[in-house]
Design a protein around this ligand. Structure first.
Ligand code: NAD
Ligand code: ZN
Length: 247
């Protein structure tokens, strides 16, 4: 943990009643779930772009199902990390705190975050590929069929070439446009439309903070950037904020 959080940044955050954070695969990389674009960006030896698509599911549903089953088996062993925990704490300190996540691992909720908008779905749920009914994820090896309509079930996640869930996206745009402080954490800021959320916030007057060990297209626009891992920064922000707010 670091103590090098600038006071001006802390006061800016302390003075914000509505704060939005956007997280990406980086916050979960810390607990051993690899990012797609990092050096271990191959999942079970397969490029995600080749399997996490509607076309792959259409052409080879069982293969895609198996791949997700493997991911679920691995992810289920993983617990949340200090970054997830710090974000859950921020929610309890800040009057209105909304967490937008591109992660599908469900770790924010596991860490205690309540106000979470999942932009890319959640791997712990399945959805019918025909009628859309949503149920808890099955660990069966054979793809289950929908109890309503007989359609094939699929993981309730957003695949490459698919639109984001409309309601979640609208809420995310609304929250970003109306917040006073926006944190972009562990996201490459490349995947649209989520990547435009920090800029919407900034254009509407929010203070934009980025935490990412690597530079991103967002860095240029950020009011402050930490070139560090989120686990090294977020707990320090929470601790210092508590001191300022005396909570
Ligand atoms: P990404 O893989 O494109 O980028 C991850 C970012 O995290 C990179 O910019 C990297 O520099 C940064 N990073 C790595 N370690 C970090 C750390 N310790 N602290 C802070 N930042 C760190 O991921 P993305 O931008 O989130 O987009 C890829 C898509 O893949 C997402 O939309 C998501 O749905 C999906 N995905 C999800 C998971 C998950 O649920 N855990 C994992 C992999 C991919
Ligand atoms: Zn159905």
């Amino acid at each position: 943990m670091t103590n090098e959080i600038p006071q001006e940044l802390l006061w800016e955050l302390a003075g914000s009643s509505k704060v939005v954070a956007l997280t990406g695969a980086g916050v979960s990389a810390e607990v051993g779930i690899p990012t797609f674009r990092g050096p271990d960006g191959l999942w079970e030896g397969v490029k995600p772009e080749e399997v996490a698509t509607p076309e792959a599911f259409k052409n080879n549903s069982q293969f895609v199902w198996n791949w997700y089953r493997e991911r679920r088996l691995r992810m289920r062993e993983v617990n949340f990390g200090v970054s997830h925990k710090a974000l859950a704490e921020l929610e309890t300190i800040i009057p209105e705190f909304i967490l937008l996540t591109q992660n599908i691992d469900g770790l924010h909720a596991k860490a205690g975050s309540k106000n979470v908008i999942e932009l890319h779905g959640n791997i712990w749920f399945d959805r019918c590929s025909k009628c859309g009914v949503r149920v808890e994820a099955s660990m069966e090896q054979k793809i289950p069929r929908c109890k309503n309509c007989g359609g094939l079930m699929r993981p309730d996640v957003v695949w490459f070439n698919e639109p984001l869930p409309e309601e979640a996206l609208n809420e995310a745009f609304e929250a970003s446009a109306s917040c006073q402080f926006f944190l972009s954490i562990g996201t490459s800021a490349l995947v649209q439309p989520a990547a435009s959320l920090p800029l919407i916030a900034k254009n509407n007057g929010a203070f934009l903070l980025e935490i990412n060990p690597n530079e991103t297209p967002l860095t240029y626009y950020a009011n402050w950037s930490f070139r560090r891992k989120s686990a090294e920064i977020l707990p320090a922000i929470v601790e210092n904020l508590r001191k300022i707010l005396k909570v």
